[in-house]
Design a protein around this ligand. Sequence first.
Ligand SMILES: Cc1ncc(COP(=O)(O)O)c(C=O)c1O
Length: 389
Amino acid sequence: MTGLNYERVPWKDVVAVASVLMACYTSFKYLKNRNELNKPPVKGGVEELIGNTPLVLIKSLSKLTGTEIFAKMELSNPAGSAKDRVAYNIIKTAEQEGKLVRGEPGWVFEGTSGSTGISIAMLCNALGYRAHISLPNDTSTEKLALLDSLGATVNMVNPASIVDPSQYVNAAKKSCAELVSKGVRGVFADQFENEANWKIHFETTGPEIYKQTGGHVDCFIAGCGTGGTITGVSRYLKRKMKRNPPYTILADPQGSGFFNRINYGVMYDNTEKEGTRRRHQVDTIVEGIGLNRITKNFELGESSIDESIRVTDNQAIKMAKFLSVNDGLFAGSSTAINAVAAVKAAKRMRRNSRIVIIACDAGTRHLSKFWKEAKTVDSNITLEEVIAD
Ligand SMILES: Cc1ncc(COP(=O)(O)O)c(C=O)c1O
């Protein structure tokens, strides 16, 4: 009889060899994939560095409160704050609407005393546009120097109320309208009212936090400047975690009206009323958060905010030093406000509860004002002393 004698084939050996080969192949594929995953990413431009920011455990606060307090590191964005997401989405939306055309000259106008102007200036450089930023003439020197270095056109105006036509937001809108009327392509970013603001936090920051925590967040804390961050993130988390939604807290600096608005339904009292004060509408050393008017980006998220916690400048200054000394987290003023609110909230939460706060920008943006005071705080300050008023 010709052919293979099946009875004489050493099947056991064949199976053993095949298994070894299979195991080698699987291990090879696994190691190859792992190496691919471990490779630092390659990006097609600075704009691709926006988002996907890390979540970092604040060890000192977590240990001392018996909870887990995480910071969403928005300061890791390429121009140093959460505003990169907003600026990019505003520009992309303007492009979709045909108000700006990639590859052709165009201007982006904004009235901002803070980070948004810096994000816009960086992105305009990256995408081939020009930035025109109107701001109050008492803006911190770091921010002015940054805008100047980035090549933005800077229009400094006297600090004024929103009802004054020369107020910086109104000034930006006017400058934009003047240029557009001459046939030049330009767009007014309008971060307070523009829905591209909260939507990008709903589409990116919220989902990132959800994924990074495996869907386990008991409490979310953010300050409110335009309202874009707190609205976008809290609306996303509340919708995604319908059965067990996180408790949302708006951390508010002294002098801001949101505390009263959220807790008592009244935006401000007469002493804080927009249009009555001459210089600073919100009397705080903290920059970027606190307001005495209702913006569209706040209004659209108001019903998803459960409570507001007021934090004094003094507490924020002490917290900034505490985080720097104990965690190496060199925080900006709004991050410090959020951290104080987190500790106050943690004191009434269950053990091991998980709190996520926004770390919007770093202390480097605040050296000449906020950190000038924070650096003088005793390095050995305790958390109890930080929280005491
Ligand atoms: C440093 C800083 N923190 C927090 C915020 C508040 O973010 P939002 O405008 O999304 O409310 C801002 C806004 O400008 C900011 O500049």
